[in-house]
Design a binder for this molecule. Structure first.
Ligand SMILES: Nc1nc2c(ncn2[C@@H]2O[C@H](COP(=O)(O)OP(=O)(O)OP(=O)(O)O)[C@@H](O)[C@H]2O)c(=O)[nH]1
Ligand SMILES: [Mg+2]
Ligand SMILES: [Zn+2]
Length: 368
């Protein structure tokens, strides 16, 4: 691994290719891929170039987001660039909004904050639901005994995971993560205080991932909550820090939930349940139910998934058949609705709205 192998050489005519690493209002920071015969830090083409978006892309409504692979045409003597094409996205996550993410590294601490199996499971399930590669890193080994580390290792292996144990107090330790990060886009996620930003600072000392100061006006974390940036590792790969949160919402269907447990996947590979639509609860002759540690967590999450499915069904039925009508007395009543509404369009519009809010805040100087 070396810094010259960070991304494949790509050129097309006069255009350069690169990856968007940050978005600031209508400007994009693009990290360029190295061109043949060009030094990685050539003065003519710096490794990152501040770019605008060609108006043709604006006209066709082509958005540019962090993680996008883009073609860039040099402008103003190579000091600036203009994005002229966006490659189709391989993947996209919404929180934080990043395209082409390959993997999620879940980071937890062995102590301070304490490692809680239910919370860890919630994060693991949430990460598995994305369908991306999931890695698990347990930090702060310096705060626990080697025996405690070994106990966690054994326990998590029965869950189907092989965590990487590190302490960021030990300068050599984080090297264990390099192969996981190699040549891909990784999002580092996990609860607050486990060492996510410290990890990024460890690899990229001048990256300075922003640590939240509370913004007076909105009373919420400045930078940490919304600002998205990819940091380039000297050994290859791009990392995104995320703000810690403690209770991820699972919002999945029961069928999706089953697939998010390695223990269930493994049991279904070995045998099948009597009913093809088995939820692995009370059904007879279930191949999944049994004495495995996280079965009770599965049942707990299943209840949530079923409740969510019921809420969605009720809402769909109500909204499909009825439309709200204001009565003369000012009360709202429902009356049959003539036209059916497509719910997906609403959520897409809402997602779009989130980004619009973000841009507006950037322009208003809320986030920089
Ligand atoms: N003892 C010990 N402390 C650590 C280690 N790694 C990080 N810390 C400390 O843990 C605290 C939290 O670290 P951060 O990197 O800010 O944690 P974070 O995950 O980014 O937290 P949020 O941004 O709130 O989500 C800091 O005081 C770090 O110095 C470690 O390996 N051992
Ligand atoms: Mg942080
Ligand atoms: Zn079953």
């Amino acid at each position: 691994m070396n810094s010259e192998s960070d991304s494949p050489t790509e050129t097309l005519g006069d255009r350069l290719w690169g990856t968007v690493v940050a978005v600031q209002a209508n400007f994009y920071q693009v990290r360029l891929s190295r061109q043949e015969g060009q030094m990685p830090f050539s003065p003519t083409f710096p490794p990152t170039l501040l770019c605008t978006r060609r108006s043709r892309l604006k006209k066709i409504g082509q958005k540019v987001m962090v993680g996008d692979r883009v073609a860039v045409e040099p402008d103003w003597n190579g000091e600036r660039g203009a994005i002229s094409e966006v490659r189709p996205r391989r993947s996209q996550i919404d929180r934080p909004p990043i395209a082409n993410v390959d993997s999620i590294l879940l980071m937890f601490a062995l102590a301070d904050p304490p490692l809680e199996p239910l919370q860890l499971s919630r994060f693991l399930v949430k990460a598995e639901l994305t369908g991306l590669t999931v890695g698990l890193c347990l930090n702060k080994t310096d705060l626990v005994s080697p025996e405690q580390c070994q106990d966690w290792r054994d326990r998590l292996q029965t869950w189907g995971y092989d965590p990487i144990f590190i302490s960021l107090q030990d300068n050599e330790d984080a090297v264990k993560l390099r192969d996981f990060f190699d040549d891909r886009i990784t999002v580092v996620a996990g609860p607050s205080g486990v060492g996510k930003s410290s990890l990024i600072r460890h690899f990229i000392p001048d990256a300075n991932p922003r640590v939240g100061k509370v913004s007076g006006k909105l009373g919420r974390g400045r930078h940490t909550t919304r600002h998205v940036e990819l940091f380039q590792l000297p050994t290859g790969g791009l990392l995104a820090d995320t703000p810690g949160f403690n209770q991820p919402e699972l919002d999945c269907t029961p069928a999706e939930l089953m697939q998010a447990f390695p223990e269930i996947r493994q049991r279904l590979e070995m045998g099948s349940c009597e009913f093809s639509d088995c939820l692995h609860g009370e059904e007879p002759n279930c191949a999944v139910r049994g004495d495995w540690e996280r079965y009770e967590y599965y049942l707990l999450f299943l209840e949530e998934a079923i409740a969510l499915a019921e809420r969605n069904r009720d809402r769909t039925e109500t909204e499909a058949n009825l439309k709200p009508k204001d009565t003369r007395s000012g009360e709202q009543q429902y009356e049959p609705k003539l036209e059916t509404k497509k719910y997906r369009r609403v959520s897409r519009r809402r997602r779009h709205q989130d980004l619009q809010d973000l841009y507006r805040e950037i322009e208003e100087g809320e986030i920089d």
